[in-house]
Write a protein that binds this ligand. Sequence first.
Ligand code: COA
Length: 174
Amino acid sequence: MAKQKFAKESVTIMTEMVFPNDTNALNNLMGGRLMHWMDIVAAIAAQKHSNRIVVTASADSISFKEPINLGNVVTLRSQVTRAFNSSMEVFIEVTAEDIPARKKLTTHRAYFTFVAVDQNGGPIEVPELIPETPEEIEHFDGALRRRQLRLVLAKRMKPEDAVELKSIFNIGEK
Ligand SMILES: CC(C)(COP(=O)(O)OP(=O)(O)OC[C@H]1O[C@@H](n2cnc3c(N)ncnc32)[C@H](O)[C@@H]1OP(=O)(O)O)[C@@H](O)C(=O)NCCC(=O)NCCS
């Protein structure tokens, strides 16, 4: 197994068109369908990084501010931001495009976490991730805090152990 891999090696792009079967009664893309696509594009990025079977461990909050309309072309771009032991954080950005109207909008951004597993479903180590561009470095640097937040919320980490997370709120400093 490679010990280190570059962030760019995991980039995955998926394009979909919104059909009537994907929409709600207002002819907008259903949230569940979008989350399904996000899960797939993010899982592929995590697989590219780890060369393993991966399972979704968590999806950070996704808000639906902008509706995506029937007939829009939806592009989902994913990239691993940081690898820990067996888990990987993946950033997903969604853009919706009305091609005839020449309108394009970034509608969603989210972080999902995947865990690489062996044939028995047990967590298995993944390569370290090397960020290169300023954007990749920014995502990489923030990933530790986001990991601590989600592990605290999942009751997998004690709040007092979330050192990097606490530091952004200056908690515990006199
Ligand atoms: C994710 C899963 C493999 C973790 O297994 P586990 O026995 O709890 O293993 P561990 O406690 O050793 O945790 C393994 C990794 O998962 C991470 N993890 C576990 N729960 C997490 C959560 N809610 N959010 C983020 N990361 C999580 C841990 O931080 C750890 O990461 P690390 O190895 O990089 O330090 C296991 O819970 C599982 O198989 N879940 C079901 C996955 C699934 O079916 N997804 C589809 C949903 S329908």
